[in-house]
Design a protein around this ligand. Structure first.
Ligand SMILES: C[S@@+](CC[C@H](N)C(=O)[O-])C[C@H]1O[C@@H](n2cnc3c(N)ncnc32)[C@H](O)[C@@H]1O
Length: 349
């Protein structure tokens, strides 16, 4: 038997008075200076998105996504701070050139002011051992909102920020499916799918992740939104072992979301996880837990991943990627997503 332990005493409000949160947006202060292509692009994108963001109570979105070839970066806006991703083409040159850094910094300084926080991140192909390791100790958390739902974010300490912005629409879609239903969220990270689902009226959510850091973070995200943990279970477990155990219990879920890493290795796992090698087993086991009228959403960021539908002949498999990539992501390959439903659901209609 796998023991799932979870220490809720460790959770906190991460030093933030969440009651004082407001949705403010940075003003553009450059007086329409049109001398820089990068600046023009960020200005136009930000202006356009800000209207939508105010309307939807969302203060985290992508303001620049490799729009110009000479600037191979993406810039995410997180409540008045910027996270700049540099996409290195080789491991030998993992960091942006000084020129690229200077031009980007100048553009942001001139558009929004020199005091605005920005954090650079180099997105090189991760080494297999490097997944989700801690990279800093600042512990500077702040809160962002997505459709009015709050999440803790940390731009400095981890390889990722706590909220994957490319899954904003997927979270909405999952939450929409979950009204009055039970959700199982595998590889749940900071629990964002589950928090959205709970806010939109899921009967229960169960979020499984093997990392202490992220299960604690999930709990804090639930608390931040005033949600009870009674119906929102958070389990620290290896999803592969969890599935084996859960299949023996006869539990059924109405909605299952699976958004695993491409590869993962940890002392807590017996074997390395590899999406291409393991997806068929994980999906087939998860489908055993799906209620006959249920839906499973599976997503991956791996560009090389090949989905072979022949393994799922009892199911209807739809590639719904075009419906799940938000408009602020110019790169339509940021992730792919499939919806899998039992075939008998179709036959009944
Ligand atoms: C790509 S993130 C998942 C993103 C998440 N679904 C979201 O949308 O926010 C990968 C997560 O999988 C977790 N993880 C990796 N291998 C795991 C395993 N074998 N069992 C459980 N969790 C695992 C990591 O701790 C990390 O939180």
């Amino acid at each position: 038997m796998v023991k799932y332990s979870f220490n809720s005493d460790k959770t906190s409000f991460r030093g933030i008075n969440h009651k004082e949160l407001s949705l403010n947006f940075l003003n553009i202060i450059d007086g329409e200076d049109k001398t820089s292509l990068l600046k023009n692009c960020i200005r136009n994108n930000y202006r356009h998105l800000r209207k939508w963001a105010k309307r939807t109570q969302t203060n985290c979105f992508r303001v620049y996504d490799k729009d110009i070839k000479e600037f191979p970066i993406a810039i995410d806006y997180y409540d008045g701070r910027f996270c700049i991703h540099f996409f290195a083409s080789t491991r030998e040159m993992p960091d942006p050139s000084q020129e690229l850094q200077d031009e980007t910094e100048q553009a942001l300084n001139s558009l929004f002011g020199e005091d605005v926080t920005r954090v650079w991140r180099s997105r090189i192909k991760r080494l297999k051992t490097q997944q989700y390791e801690k990279i800093g100790q600042d512990q500077q958390y702040f809160v962002v909102q997505e459709h009015g739902v709050k999440f803790y974010v940390n731009l400095n300490d981890y390889l990722d920020t706590g909220l994957f912005l490319d899954h904003r629409l997927t979270r909405q879609m999952v939450a929409g499916l979950c009204k009055g239903k039970n959700l199982l969220n595998l590889f749940a990270y900071t629990g964002s799918f589950s928090v959205h689902a709970a806010i939109q009226g899921a009967k229960s959510t169960k979020s499984v992740d093997m990392s202490n850091t992220y299960t604690d973070w999930s709990v804090d995200n639930f608390k931040l939104n005033g949600l009870s943990l009674d119906n929102n279970e958070i389990l620290r477990a290896d999803c592969l072992k969890f599935l084996e155990q859960e299949m023996l219990t006869g539990t059924r879920y109405d909605v299952i979301v699976i958004d695993p890493p491409t590869v993962s290795r940890s002392k807590k796992m017996d074997e390395m996880f590899d999406i291409q090698k393991d997806y068929v087993d994980i999906l087939l086991q998860s489908l055993e837990l799906l209620s006959p009228e249920g839906s499973l959403l599976f997503s991956t960021n791996s560009r090389r991943f090949v989905f072979d539908q022949d393994h799922f002949f009892d199911y209807k498999v739809e590639d719904i990627s075009s419906q799940t990539i938000p408009l602020d992501f110019r790169s339509r390959k940021i992730h792919r997503c499939w919806k899998i439903t039992p075939v008998q659901k179709m036959a009944l209609k």
